[in-house]
Ligand binder design. Sequence first.
Ligand code: BG6
Length: 517
Amino acid sequence: MTLQDPMLETRPVLNPLREGMRVARAPEPTSIVIFGATGDLVHRKLIPALYNLAHDNYMPTVYNIVGFARKPHTNDDIRAQYKQSAMEFSRQKPQDQIWDSFANNIFYMQSNLDDLDGYKRLGAELDGMDQQRGTAGNRLFYLAVPPEIMPEIIDMLGKSGLNHSAGYTRIIVEKPFGRDLKSAVDLNRRLHLVFDESQIYRIDHYLGKEAVQNIFVFRFANGILEPIWNRTYVNNIQITVAETVGVEERGEYYDNSGALRDIIQNHGLQLLAVTTMEPPPEFTPTDVRDAKAQVLRSIRPQSFEDIQANTVRGQYGAGAIGGLQVPGYRTEAEVNPQSETETYVALKVQIENWRWAGVPIYLRTGKRLPKRLTEIAIEFNLPPLMLFGRDWVNQMEPNTLVFNIQPDEGISLKFESKIPGQDNRIRPVNMDFRYTSTFGEAAPEAYERLLLDAMLGDPMLFTRYDEVEAQWAVISPILEAWAKIPAPTFPNYDAGTWGPKAADEFMRRDKHKWRRL
Ligand code: BG6
């Protein structure tokens, strides 16, 4: 193809970053209905995110935020509570004038979530708002409720006819999306009875993180990486999601869930997919999600024996983090004092495709670890020949490319360098890119990005039904195998340490070691 090729002239000019940016990022007027409007997530994440969008002028010219929940509240009540939450959790502290004009758009409706009349009243309210306030029949439903309540709400939305309207109707579904493969397939089926897949936005907030979106750009807007991004050059990949927090106020949810379901099934596997997917033909929601689904489906299913060898479970006991004493998991509020739930997990997976066959991929996550840090480290093979004397072989460290997802967002490349001086001594050094020093300004929070994308109708950073099912197909056999083998004696790591000893032994058996963070 030459530059004069007429085909080139007729092709649309694509923004190199993402399809969503071809349109101005100004959403149409809409009503956002939040189911579970008094829950923790709404206070900590959703209201602060919506406020920040308003603050930065990204909200539509007209919008309604309608809280829908069981407890009785007035509009004034809920506005005051949300203001408190924004004061505590918002990236930008609420300014009175901006807050007041934002809060005027917040309304509350009390109803049982299984009461059809409540949904009919909601429909009538929304129609009234469309007329009086000009929201044009656009609706964005947000299911911020535990998974066991979701099917009921979805059915009710269908029965009350709220699954379509004069404008668009979309539904955002929070995680956890089911609790195993069977329940996730069932939830997809229930959703698809009422909504078309194009209306469904499954949240994995890690995809909304700036540094995760930058993996797409880093991999597909640079030419030097593709030739080495494969089994010939990559030795292993380590994905770490380390948290210092315990279970906070979510003991009941967490005790029923555990680290594998809470982090690995969703965030961990999405980080893996973004890192290892094939380059999509175009940067569109369909192509990107096809490529992610494909690599997720290529993760080799593990047998019972594999699972025994390739997974490590941990639970924290009391300890100290940053000099502060913290209690053990079993004494946290709403946690069973004999709980066998894991708060730490390490595992190995393999992707069976031409690019990655044979490359071990290690994932680990834990609560009450010494640091809050999420990173993806790609470790490359050592050079085939050591020129600097046999003595150096054991001391050489492999080139490692690290995506620092949080808290210090950036990308770094480790390579060996000569130490200045008369002899040939070498030592690893880092080439570093840091968002804060390069771009200065603070990036929007993940939920800001995702809520705006949902209002704009851009599903690229949301998980499609087949991705979610492929993720569970990896995780469900592990849960089943664990149910058959007794858990290790818990607690098996102290808060403030890097997890159980067994996790280090597991790496040693593989002739690898966890990165020191
Ligand atoms: C959530 C989990 O999905 O992610 C929490 O349910 C976890 O247990 C949180 O703490 C971590 O998110 P972030 O953005 O703080 O890394």
